[in-house]
Design a protein. Sequence first.
Length: 347
Amino acid sequence: MDDDAVFYQELPKVELHAHLNGSVSFQTIEKLISRKPHLNIEHSMTAIGKGQRRTLDECFEVFKVIHKLVDTEEDILMVATDVIREFAADGVKYLELRSTPREEKDTGLTKRSYVETVIKAIQQCKEEGVDIDVRFLVAIDRRNGTEVAMETVKLAEDFMLSSDGLVVGLDLSGDPTVGHGKYLIPALQKAKNSGLKLSLHLSEVPSQLEESDLLLNLPPDRIGHGTFLHPEVGGSQSVVDKVLKNNIPLELCLTSNVKGQTVPSYSKHHFKYWYQLGHPSVICTDDKGVFCTDLSQEYHLAASTFSLSHKATWKLSHQAIDCIFAPEAVKEQLRQKWNDLESRVLK
Ligand code: IMP
Ligand code: ZN
């Protein structure tokens, strides 16, 4: 590793946008494939390598393949513990994992046991002493409509009360070209009223401005991607103003957007627009397994593309602490951790 790569690795980091099944590493996929050889799944079907790009549709096909490999409690436990350990090994000190609870009739997996298993993985890693604070966001897949969204909110509410603070919020994700967010507003509003934080994928594709405008009225606590919100790419100033007025942080995932072809290149990524405004912008991975990246690499890419000094990069990772969904006391602990590491890492 060159000196620069060492810096990004040692930089303490906060990961706020990581889909569990998109974060499964090569090594874990190998273990899953050996558990289920009859599926005839090859590794090339679960990841998008260096220099490769896919349409967004093709990306969503990849998730379907991974879901076939991860369909028992045992699989989820292995996947979640592996993912948590990998983020920790990459210098991530605080992680918010998100995942869509799935029911699998063949294996007896229920949505409730799905969430319980993720929570068990988080607790196991804590008991092992893995140096990372992990929280969970229950995800709504937009394609499944109003009723499922409401069920998911109820499940998240139950776990918010029973998980000892591990379930902190709700994510809205899934194929952005399917369904309309307006039908999900009652469920999202209910979640917000009961104290769940909201992170919503907004304007991932150009056609969603009207939907984003409506959902911003909630308002959400964070925005995933927000690629097409600003006027330079067909968005609107009034939508940008809503984001600014409510000071809603953006979760920005460079490689995911480049490989999924929603932005033309790293240098044209909307990180530049929001960062220049001084708006809270948090570098994240989205799907580190599928897009073959990690958070250190994403910070490295952001810094080299937008000429950020080590000091500016440190500030960026430090400011991400303000955007986490865990309570103020956790933010304070993390700030202390950053303080303790500063003189060694920021030489
Ligand atoms: P899971 O929720 O842990 O199963 O992670 C995979 C799921 O996350 C996918 O099926 C999508 O619903 C969602 N997802 C992952 N990446 C993206 C993205 O870039 N946009 C929208 N949804 C995504
Ligand atoms: Zn995402």
